[in-house]
Design a binder for this molecule. Structure first.
Ligand code: ADP
Ligand code: MG
Length: 321
């Protein structure tokens, strides 16, 4: 069975929650929102294309989750509180089971973060999912890429390279991305690739503590490189300090694991810079959030990212080289 466009939209609409600041949600030509006084609107958009941003056989639940997760991660890196989003779907066909599973993943994450779907667009075409996410920050407090200062510590949340490790395992045929893997280490990597956790609470808590922040979507060297370029500074990293998970160490050989951590994308951890005076506050924050925060380097005068224990470079995934 295939659904007509409006039946399809209705299937999604019935899943959305409401918020007091949504004056008018799905159903009109546009939505009406009531942002909070004294706050700035934070807006981001990200598209996932089948076969480019996820393996074509990825489960629809995971596609729904990841479509929103990558956008929440961008809000997190700005220090924003998520509020609203739109969803543009390009679907090869309107399979109700696929739509329902997609919505299960999408709304599981949306409800966790109290972000509501307020509109979108539905078309027929190659599988592609595009979200525009909106959040709010008190005026002037957003975490930006251009605010790193010489002498800052460079920090990373969680562990790095897991998603790239999962992708490698999939590419060499030792991991099926669609279903739980009996090998627990591979399963950890699969989860990190398929259902990344956007660090929303961390991003909000970093407002007032951190100077600059970026989420690691294209790889640490590439994304930290953006911070350096925008801030007019350089970075000195210590490859030995990179936090690697047990799972990654077990599945991927040592040198490769470090390459995954430096150049692999899709981890959606936050990389941020902060004055050394904030070390105790950040250690306390890590405990409160049950999320490791690791110091991996220093912001220096100059330009570019250098990494002791690795060739300097600015790798990372680029769509158009
Ligand atoms: P229009 O033709 O005026 O652009 P549509 O017929 O495309 O409107 O959409 C009708 C309503 O359904 C609009 O409110 C739109 O925002 C919403 N909508 C369409 N597709 C989606 C979707 N994939 N997710 C959420 N809302 C959607
Ligand atoms: Mg219209």
């Amino acid at each position: 069975m295939s659904l007509a466009e409006f039946a399809l939209i209705d299937r999604i609409r019935t899943r959305t929650r409401t918020r007091a600041d949504v004056v008018l949600g799905i159903g009109d030509d546009a939505a009406l929102l009531q942002p909070r006084a004294g706050e700035q609107l934070v807006v981001t958009a990200d598209t996932l294309n089948s076969g480019v941003h996820f393996p074509a056989e990825t489960a629809p639940y995971d596609i729904g989750w990841k479509t929103l997760a990558v956008n929440l991660s961008d809000l997190a890196s700005m220090g924003a509180q998520p509020a609203w989003c739109t969803l543009a779907l390009s679907l090869p066909d309107a399979d109700p089971d696929w739509i329902d599973a997609f919505a299960d993943g999408f709304f599981a994450l949306a409800d966790q973060h109290d972000i509501v779907l307020i509109g979108g667009d539905t078309t027929r075409g190659p599988l592609s999912l595009s979200v525009t996410a909106m959040g709010q920050v008190p005026t002037g407090t957003a975490l930006r890429r251009d605010a790193a200062q010489v002498g800052d510590d460079i920090w990373i949340s969680g562990t790095l390279g897991d998603a790239a490790g999962g992708l490698r395992a999939w590419q060499d045929g030792t991991l099926d991305v669609r279903q739980p893997c009996a090998d627990l280490h591979r399963e950890v990597l699969r989860q990190r690739l398929a259902r990344p956790t956007p660090r929303v609470a961390l991003g909000r808590a970093l407002v007032g503590l951190a100077h600059a922040a970026v989420d690691v979507s294209d790889g640490l060297l590439a994304d930290l490189g953006h911070v350096c370029a925008r801030s007019g500074v350089g970075a000195q990293l210590d490859a030995a300090a990179l936090p690697l998970s047990d799972a990654l160490r077990h599945v991927v050989a040592d040198d490769d694991a470090r390459q995954c951590a430096l150049r692999g994308g899709d981890d959606y951890e936050l990389c941020f810079t902060a004055a050394p005076a904030q070390r105790d506050a950040l250690a306390a924050l890590a405990v409160r959030l049950h999320l490791p925060l690791t110091r991996i380097g220093t912001i220096i005068a100059g330009q570019g990212v250098a990494c002791a224990g690795d060739d300097p470079g600015t790798g990372g995934y680029q769509h158009f080289r």
